[in-house]
Design a protein around this ligand. Structure first.
Ligand SMILES: Nc1ncnc2c1ncn2[C@@H]1O[C@H](COP(=O)(O)OP(=O)(O)OP(=O)(O)O)[C@@H](O)[C@H]1O
Ligand SMILES: [Mg+2]
Length: 207
């Protein structure tokens, strides 16, 4: 089996930037094959579900959560599981922690319901390592502003950014074996160095 790494964190935390850098680093240091994918999406049907979610926001957070969950099952079945089985590294830009935080903590979907759906959809494809890029709300908002083109999923208020940030930090403290928190407010190279160190110490050690 290959190793499965996910990146999580609020908007503008640097996930997409670090996903690409980690891919390059893994290829140059270890060779092999690296599959980069993202949520929501990552398979033909999952991309259609993504378009559906983006086109019209469901009235209920539960609908939104279930659509994301459905897209995730397809993403795992079509893309993630086959890649891992063939020994590839898989790096995914957002995964189920984003559902817990966006639809759960921000949207109010019951956490027991979320856990139950996770149990029946994600397992056994729990990431070997989840990298949580942590940035203060102000910086998240500033980077999103500079980047432009806000999607309707982007948190609007500082308070929402704080909820997201705290949500990811809470997940990391509850699941320290799976998660590592990295300070994403520093320059790209410093963050990337810590990301690679985390991969080496958490995943490569003992394999
Ligand atoms: N360490 C950094 N220092 C300064 N700017 C950064 C850093 N990392 C990323 N950026 C810039 O911040 C913006 C957001 O970065 P990126 O797209 O990687 O974040 P993201 O977490 O994927 O965001 P989103 O959740 O919106 O997809 C980009 O313009 C990127 O160039
Ligand atoms: Mg991104």
């Amino acid at each position: 089996m290959g190793k499965f790494i996910t990146f999580e964190g609020g908007e503008g935390a640097g996930k997409s930037t670090q996903v690409e850098l980690l891919k390059k680093r893994l290829l140059s240091e270890f060779g092999g094959e690296v599959l980069v994918t993202r949520e929501p999406g990552g398979s033909e049907l999952a991309e259609k579900i993504r378009d559906l979610i983006l086109a019209k926001r469901p009235a209920a957070s539960e609908t939104e959560f279930l659509l994301f969950a459905a897209a995730r099952v397809e993403h795992i079945a079509e893309t993630i599981a086959p890649a891992l089985k063939s020994g590839k590294w898989v790096i995914c830009d957002r995964f189920f922690d984003s559902s817990r935080v966006y639809q759960g903590m921000l949207g109010g979907v019951c956490s027991q319901f979320i856990e139950m759906v996770e149990r029946h959809t994600v397992r056994p494809y729990i990431p070997d390592l989840t990298i949580i890029l942590d940035v203060p709300a102000e910086l998240s908002m500033e980077r999103a502003r500079v980047r432009g083109a806000l999607s309707r999923y982007d948190a609007a208020t500082k308070q929402e950014h704080e909820v997201l940030r705290q949500g990811f930090l809470d997940i990391a403290s509850r699941e320290p074996q799976r998660c590592v928190v990295i300070d994403g407010s520093r320059n790209v190279e410093a963050v990337s160095k810590d990301v690679f160190e985390a991969v080496k110490s958490r995943i490569l050690k003992g394999t």
